[in-house]
Design a protein around this ligand. Sequence first.
Ligand SMILES: NC(=O)c1ccc[n+]([C@@H]2O[C@H](COP(=O)([O-])OP(=O)(O)OC[C@H]3O[C@@H](n4cnc5c(N)ncnc54)[C@H](OP(=O)(O)O)[C@@H]3O)[C@@H](O)[C@H]2O)c1
Length: 326
Amino acid sequence: MKSIAAIHNSYGKPAEVLKAETVETPEPQKGEALVKLVRAVINPSDLGMIGGTYGRLRPLPAIAGREGIGEVVALGPDTEGPAVGSIVRLPPEPGAWNQFQTAKADGLLVVPSGLSPDMCAMAFINPPTALCILNQFADLKEGDWVIQNGAGSALGYFLIQMCKARGIKTVNMLRNAKAKEAELKAIGADIIVDEAEFDAKEIKKQTGGKLLLGLNQIGGESVSNMIKAMGDSATIVTIGGMVGDPIRFPTRFLIFNDLRLRGFWWDKFQNTKPEETKKIYAEIFGMIENGTLKAPVDSVFPMEKIADAVKRASENSRTGKVMIEF
Ligand SMILES: NC(=O)c1ccc[n+]([C@@H]2O[C@H](COP(=O)([O-])OP(=O)(O)OC[C@H]3O[C@@H](n4cnc5c(N)ncnc54)[C@H](OP(=O)(O)O)[C@@H]3O)[C@@H](O)[C@H]2O)c1
């Protein structure tokens, strides 16, 4: 069967190397389901995979994309599986940005019905990462503080919303604080500060030494500044490096404040801990259902306009996630 997929034959600038091309998708056999793309999400990691800079690359030629939802449109003969019409997670491999994919039916993750398709499409990478950061790196109690840079990202929204639900307060650093201040306040952010105006002493005073967990999505100077505001024995977890600058090794804070620097990679977690991953997804869908988690969409592009979609996703000051649809 003919299917339109976003393919790249080399690693490079996504808007230049990615093309919408017709590929062959096999008809589903026994035990298989045919899944049609409904909504896919463009994340920074997709751009890194296409660009050849991510921690794991696909062999070329590659179909891009890792996250989204699709509809089961056919089942192979004698196949019990998610019923035709079910909404499921798009199989992330070999590549999610593909109109039709044939996949093992019993491996498909069914998405609860009645939820926002946009939110479900972005449920599989950023929300579980935010949840793991909160659960795994500090013993946080109501009234404690968490700080993050890049707070205007989708992941930043989810972290704020999860903290709010637990009575944990947040300091949110971002490069364009004015543009997103009202929106972040509305979802429960406590302190919002422009990275260019960050005053570590002032933040330390306002948080009373209870800044116990930091999330670094950006790298460079913003982390060096964050480090100075942390409470004793706090942990900073790095999950992204939107700027390539190195982080200055914080000798005195490691010694005198017992600062801990860690990293986290959701890809590794979900590949090595499938049972925990299932529970995490159930918790995430619970939080989508009860309205805790919401993040904005900037724009939705048809697959034929994949180059425009990845170009938009690479631009500064988006108002939310860029999506692909059929
Ligand atoms: N390690 C993991 O397992 C894991 C999992 C999920 C996500 N992540 C990482 O988490 C981060 C957020 O992901 P996302 O999907 O939520 O991102 P997103 O929604 O696409 O947003 C990216 C954000 O980064 C900001 N940004 C980009 N370049 C910047 C710079 N030079 N200085 C300051 N801010 C900058 C943008 O700010 P503007 O609004 O100003 O443009 C935007 O708010 C990414 O680094 C991603 O790779 C890691």
